[in-house]
Design a protein around this ligand. Structure first.
Ligand SMILES: [Zn+2]
Length: 326
């Protein structure tokens, strides 16, 4: 008689037939870098997450190296914001400084980590939009050279990979061309290919101080009602030369992840965003959820759906728990 319960009898049996595992080498930890010195500021809506000034990054770099996760994704909060987000592409801006610091820190320790730089303008523009504004509208094509300039500044500083997150059409191609022309053909581009306009980004905007001052991002980020359109976005990034594709957010978009996996041969990254993290932390703080079990279940779901890489604020905790087998 068929008895599916036979293989669930003991933990050893269940472990032996488990189909999906969280692999810590596939986890990326997002890091917020703030202009200034001696800063480690707690992000209120994201317990356990901090904004570090460059000189304090050693602490988080050591945690990442010791955890054995893939590496970090950097977001910058500049000294000053302006209309064109010049802090994003200044060669002595906060992200290039952070990249150089992390490179040197890893070299001193004789260790390696993946340093990925997010490329966008929203943390750097006074209006908080991801591109330049003209008559209140975000200009697509005028924004592209600025993204390309930022990506190049990060590559020059020593970033391993750049990841444009603005959802401007053609941004991957613009960055690819700029990198190739400047002698960085070896630096991969990870597109935030299917990035949905989402209420799950709320806490991030606190952390990165990047909320739009007027309007919202629905004219460039995707409508969460659309699945087929997400596949078009993924295909467009692939055509433009992206090396890795991304779906963001992750938890409410598992169907998109699964579809994306079926439609591309490229590695697929998912971003387990700030709101997803905040919900878990808030419920766990109230004793309503078991944080370890819920995080394991959520991260496993991403891999089961087809993700190759997961960007998550839980990365350091999840790696430590895996290590201890909890
Ligand atoms: Zn942005």
């Amino acid at each position: 008689m068929q008895r599916l319960r036979r293989l669930r009898r003991t933990a050893a049996l269940r472990g032996a037939v488990a189909e999906t595992h969280i692999c810590k080498q596939k986890l990326i930890y997002p890091v917020f870098v703030v202009w200034g010195e001696g800063k480690k500021e707690a992000v209120e809506s994201m317990p356990g997450v901090f904004r570090y000034s460059v000189d304090r990054l050693g602490e988080v770099a050591d945690a990442v190296l010791d955890a054995g996760i893939a590496g970090v994704m950097l977001f910058g909060i500049p000294k000053e914001k302006d209309e064109t987000g010049s802090g994003a592409y200044a060669e002595d801006g906060v992200v290039p400084q952070a990249v150089r610091f992390l490179r040197a820190h890893c070299a001193r320790r004789g260790r390696e980590m993946l340093i990925v730089a997010d490329v966008c303008l929203c943390e750097y523009t006074a209006h908080g939009h991801c591109g330049v504004l003209r008559d209140g509208r975000v200009e697509n094509d005028a924004s592209l050279p600025l993204h390309a300039k930022a990506a190049l500044a990060y590559a020059k500083a020593g970033a391993d990979m750049v990841a444009p997150s603005s959802m401007m059409d053609g941004v991957v191609a613009a960055i690819r061309a700029a990198l190739d022309n400047a002698g960085y053909p070896h630096i991969p581009v990870m597109g935030y290919s299917a990035k949905f306009a989402s209420a799950f980004y709320g806490p991030f905007r606190d952390a990165a101080d990047s909320a739009p001052q007027t309007g919202d991002r629905q004219s460039y980020q995707m409508d969460f009602r659309n699945g087929r359109e997400a596949l078009r976005e993924l295909a467009a990034d692939e055509e433009e030369g992206a090396d890795i594709l991304m779906v963001k957010p992750a938890l409410a978009f598992l169907d998109i992840i699964k579809e994306a996996r079926a439609h591309t041969l490229l590695p697929l990254c998912v971003y387990n965003v700030s709101g997803e993290y905040a919900m878990v932390k808030a419920a766990a703080a109230k004793g309503w959820l078991d944080e370890r079990r819920i995080v394991k279940e959520i991260l496993t779901a991403f891999f089961r759906a087809g993700a190759d890489l997961v960007i998550t604020y839980h990365a350091l905790d999840a790696a430590a728990w895996e290590e201890k087998g909890v």
